[in-house]
Design a binder for this molecule. Sequence first.
Ligand code: GDP
Length: 319
Amino acid sequence: MADGWLDTPYGFAGKKTWVAGARGMVGSAVARKLQREDLLGDERFDLRDQGAVREWMQDSKPDVIVLAAAKVGGIKANHEQPAGFLYDNLMIEANVIHAAYEAGVEKLLFLGSSCIYPREAAQPMTEDALLTGPLEPTNEAYAIAKIAGLKLCEAYRKQYGCDFISAMPCNLYGPGDTFDAERSHVIPALMMKAHEAKMKDADTLDVWGSGKPLREFLYVDDLADALVFLLENYSCEKPVNVGSGAEVSIAALAGMIARIVGFEGDLIFDASQPDGTPRKILDSARIVKAGWKPSTALEEGLRQTYEWYLGNRERACAA
Ligand code: GDP
């Protein structure tokens, strides 16, 4: 085994698997990818409730857990609700990880985020950038919770020998996302705003910030593929970056979304809204070297996401 990669893959077949957060964008993509009869049904209780999580774990006794449940949101929601993002995510992680240890779960994969790395980290960011500097203030609460989650996995591995691993994806998008002009991430927010502007025959589309920040986007089905790859092939306390390697400015992204949606008006950049971190691209060399690669180009992924949005508007906007 080198750098955490297994010589013999973890035998996943026949294992009882629980995708925590299976109704969310990432969880539903993982469930789509696995499509197995030994997939446990999604939980219908509050993962912040320690007693409920322990009871579920003891009753359903999963062998494998993908911890995809989290409170997520875009730059504005993160900035305005630090208590919610910190508390909810700490509780979910602590409850699920501890109960998994108590129940003797064989393998657990925790999902983090590229915002765990310092704002001024050298780009592209390697896993070694963790805890080397201050975080981006607009999502510090969420990042602190995600760092705590990966440290929990590391600690349970060290102290109790649990096979708990962590993946750190770049910005994600795809079917099952939350589409809300105020709370969601940039892709669903702009897609929804562009769609509504087109329907109303509006002349302009409001894009937050300067348009200059650079982001890396990964289609959620590609992430699901990477997560299964990690469950099968990785066992180490060090988190693994999972990115697409494709970087785009927010201005170019907004133009692409407008084109796909068919909005022909002007893009107006609203400087009163925050830019957030100027650049956020992962160095995903470790997982790429191990044999995984993304397969969905941004343009194609955006088209599929818009198609999903058109067919699921009620669910997309109420999520
Ligand atoms: P971040 O990667 O944590 O900053 O998350 P977001 O996806 O919320 O935002 C990414 C970038 O897109 C930021 O620079 C935002 O200012 C910019 N952006 C432009 N328009 C929008 C919008 O309508 N909603 C959101 N959430 N971000 C936007």
